[in-house]
Design a protein around this ligand. Structure first.
Ligand code: NAG
Ligand code: NAG
Length: 408
């Protein structure tokens, strides 16, 4: 006879796997997993950037905690900004994405290519754990310690290391563009004076620091199920939706029971300008892995409405931080002199307008704002109209800073 525990556990497991598998569809719609990112000849430069006719070089940098990250440097011979040296811009992707996110549409539509065409010296960030990053000096991806990080480390170690490297090579302050988790990382990092001083200006797409009003019903359901704790309790430290169990479940769920396109909408909000005929191509690259601890940290933000360091529970907090509650990232510490630009969407279920306003209230500066009523979370990266709707505004903002900085 089945014990009551088992009877409860089976539906919970099914719900857990269903949610896990569905969750990644939100960001990546994974379906075709044949692409092998691990071959050394398969780099972001070789796959997406050089074939489009752009010069691209691969760089490996090491973070202070031993992770080896890939950075790509992209330029166009047709750069129409006759500035020498060209101003560097760093593109920082979001959760479950990699540096490929900026190059997924045609050169006329993708921000990475468009910035290069404008003559920027484009640098592409790839955080620890993504397919393009190169592991760790001593840990293997199979070690649970390899996955012992959240966006806090992505901000204070990964983004810091990228900026220091670009700053050392170009002897220039850097323009930063972030999307989604890339904006969480940026805002957290800019509260640190030694990081903020390397930044010329920043453009934040779907800016997030507070997640209290996230209105994605799907994400809220996972939060209420305490899926984050369950995953960790079950011994998963890496969230990799290209693993066998993820693929099998994904196929059966997508093909049988769920409309995965509607699921995207229920998680990210309605995306106005998504090119459905490109889904198979996007799936060759997305989703990238992340850590279970990172998901938990994001869910803590949703539950508590704070923009704080990771909450270990009071006793470990005391040991880790010297206080019972994790310290907050105080947006008031971002220098008023750091120019910020933000693009946010009325249909974005993850970066909710109420939370964006909360972020604005905490900042000392008044960022330039672009509100796109019909944009959802993914539109900011792959909208077929993003150039006219969005990127041209961002680039004008950067260009005005290039002129003033070249007067120095
Ligand atoms: C998956 O990728 C392989 C190899 O790139 C390709 O031959 C196949 O048609 C793809 N399948 C789908 C469903 O797109
Ligand atoms: C949508 O994707 C298809 C397939 O890649 C492409 O041929 C088409 O040009 C794209 N449409 C737009 C508006 O970008």
């Amino acid at each position: 006879m089945a014990s009551p525990v088992a009877v409860v556990a089976v539906p919970l497991f099914l719900a857990l796997f269903a949610s896990l598998v569905s969750a990644q569809i939100s960001i990546g719609f994974a379906r075709n997993f044949s692409f092998d990112h691990r071959s050394p000849d398969v780099t972001l430069c070789s796959q997406l950037i050089r074939p489009a006719g752009y010069a691209c070089s691969e760089h490996t940098i090491q973070t202070d905690d031993g992770y080896l990250l890939a950075l790509q440097r992209v330029s166009s011979d047709n750069g129409n900004l006759r500035q020498n040296p060209r101003p560097p811009v760093l593109l920082q992707h979001g959760l479950f994405m990699g540096g490929d996110a900026w190059f997924l549409n045609s050169p006329e539509e993708s921000l990475g290519f468009i910035l290069a065409d404008h003559g920027f010296d484009v640098w592409v960030g790839n955080v620890r754990g993504t397919h393009w990053s190169h592991g760790h000096i001593s840990l293997s991806v199979k070690d649970k310690d390899f996955w012992d990080w959240s966006w806090q480390e992505l901000a204070l170690y990964d983004l810091a290391a990228m900026l220091r490297y670009i700053n050392a090579i170009t002897s220039s302050k850097i323009f930063v563009v972030g999307h989604s988790q890339g904006t969480i990382m940026s805002l957290a990092a800019f509260t640190q004076p030694d990081i903020a001083e390397m930044v010329e200006a920043a453009g934040l797409l779907c800016p997030i620091s507070y997640l209290e009003h996230i209105n994605s019903q799907f994400v809220l359901r996972m939060v209420n199920m305490h899926l984050d704790q369950m995953i960790l309790a079950m011994g998963f430290h890496q969230l990799n939706f290209r693993s066998d169990w993820g693929v099998n479940l994904l196929d059966s769920i997508c093909d049988g029971h769920l409309d995965c396109n509607d699921l995207l909408t229920s998680i990210t909000g309605k995306n106005c300008c998504f090119n459905n005929s490109r889904v198979d191509f996007y799936l060759e690259y997305e989703p990238h892995p992340s850590s279970a601890k990172n998901l938990r940290h994001l869910f803590q933000m949703i539950r508590k409405g704070t923009f704080s360091k990771y909450d270990y529970g009071i006793f470990k907090n005391l040991w880790q931080y010297g206080q019972l509650q994790p310290p907050e990232f105080d947006l008031g510490n971002i220098p008023e002199s750091l120019p910020l630009w933000m693009g946010y969407g009325g249909d974005d279920a993850l970066a909710d307008v109420v939370d964006v306003k909360h972020t604005l209230k905490k900042l000392r500066s008044n960022p330039e704002l672009l509100y796109l009523e019909n944009y959802g979370h993914i539109d900011f990266i792959v909208s077929v109209h993003a150039k006219e709707d969005l990127y041209n505004h961002l680039i004008s903002f950067f260009m005005s800073r290039v002129k003033s900085s070249s007067l120095r």
